[in-house]
Design a protein around this ligand. Structure first.
Ligand code: V47
Length: 382
């Protein structure tokens, strides 16, 4: 490790916030392995050899979306277009029922900005899930969606969030942040919440006691400077509120969208982004290597470049598969545990808010939970 990285190492060891210049050094320095080692040392200081995962479902009740983001392969501008879909609440109930298994702890919901739905639709959806699947934590609606609801229904962020919490919302996912740079947003996603609005939704959510995640879409047209700036803005909000749980770097996927000519990031770029994020966001506790986005193999290696989470079973991912992901659409709990163990880390199942779930899960216990109704008796949260 050279003297420049040694200086950064000293700051990391002292728990100091790294500067913008430190970030640029980490983004450009040729010694990727030493940077990974620094990130790994912080990761192990925070989490030892644990890698977290959860047992979750990914639900998209509509992909009809007014926003016309160039990088998106999932959205359809109007109902009736090929592959456009919208589920009513009853269809969502059936969709979850067909996939729900006792022991699952989370449903993650991300949708398009659909102009045809009422706000009551979203409240009814959450109320249905809370009453029919009371053991599922509902992590739903990106800050971009909350901003859209606020504009469309002429309500404040606070009012929107309070009504959604009353209906069952448990936390916010981190999507929609993309890259905060106005230059990039103007080119890629001009017609949705800007950076200030995205950050303000999370600020209000944190004030109301909700936890949330944060993301960065990398590998499109952003510069290294713009990446560092994005991370610093997240770090500043975290200093103010402490409400972010997990940062999820999201690598651009280039199939089925209007940025197809751009190559997707390489594995080496992925690993650098993980290490850089771990080191710059020293105050965000968790770093997720979302296996659907990275593929299982890079998600394993990322566990040594700062990541300490791999996401969950995911049943049934669409956004990345429509953009060309070759990862499976879902994994079993056993698959995930094996991926983590074979990476040399210790798998720990978590809830959405990072309470540990007993790992002594087996089919007999699942059967008991199914017939007894309460999973906490069988899979105690410790
Ligand atoms: O907001 C869309 C991104 C996000 C593409 O909070 C793309 O735990 C790459 O936010 N290439 C949605 N990225 C997914 C998301 C997420 C996923 C898993 C866990 C969590 C969490 C959040 O996916 C979007 C956008 O930033 N995205 N299209 C694409 N072609």
């Amino acid at each position: 490790m050279d003297s420049v990285l040694r200086l950064i190492e000293a700051k990391v060891a002292a728990g100091e916030a790294l500067t913008r210049d430190d970030g640029l050094t980490l983004a450009q320095h040729p010694d990727l392995l030493s940077i990974g080692q620094l990130a790994n040392s912080l990761r192990e200081k925070l989490h030892g050899d644990i890698t977290y995962y959860n047992w979750n479902l990914h639900l998209n009740t509509t992909n009809v979306c007014e926003a016309d983001c160039l990088f998106c392969s999932f959205a359809r501008l109007q109902e009736g277009m090929p592959q456009a879909h919208t589920m009513n609440v009853e269809a969502a109930r059936r969709w979850i029922s067909e996939r729900y298994r006792p022991g699952m702890t989370e449903v993650h919901i991300v949708n398009g900005l659909n102009p045809n739905l009422t706000f009551e639709y979203y409240e009814d959806l959450l109320r249905m899930i809370s009453s029919d699947f009371p053991l599922l934590h509902i992590k739903a609606f990106t800050a971009v969606e909350i901003h859209y609801f606020a504009q469309k229904y002429r309500l404040s962020y606070e009012h929107i969030l309070q009504r959604l919490v009353t209906a069952g919302l448990g936390s916010l996912p981190g999507g929609g942040a993309e890259i905060f740079s106005p230059r990039v947003r103007k080119k890629m996603c001009r017609d949705k919440a800007d950076a200030d609005c995205w950050l303000e939704v999370h600020r209000v959510a944190h004030r109301l006691g909700l936890k949330s995640n944060c993301t960065m879409l990398y590998g499109t047209i952003e510069t290294e400077d713009e990446r560092i700036d994005h991370l610093l803005r997240l770090r500043d909000l975290q200093m103010e509120t402490g409400g972010f749980q997990t940062f999820v770097p999201l690598a651009f996927h280039n199939e089925g969208n209007r940025m197809e000519r751009l190559p997707a990031p390489t594995g080496v770029e992925d690993l650098r982004i993980f290490a850089l994020s771990r080191l710059m966001l020293h105050n965000v506790p968790h770093l997720k290597a979302y296996w659907v986005m990275l593929g299982e193999k890079t998600a394993q290696i990322a566990q040594f470049f700062g990541a300490n989470d791999i996401d969950g079973t995911v049943t049934e991912e669409k956004i990345y598969h429509m953009a060309g992901s070759s990862a499976p659409k879902a994994l079993t709990i056993d698959d995930i545990q094996q991926i983590i163990i074979k990476a040399g880390r210790k798998p720990v199942e978590r809830t959405t808010t990072y309470e540990h779930v007993s790992i002594n899960r087996h089919s007999e216990a699942a059967h008991v939970a199914a017939t007894a109704g309460s999973r906490e008796d069988v899979f105690p949260i410790v």
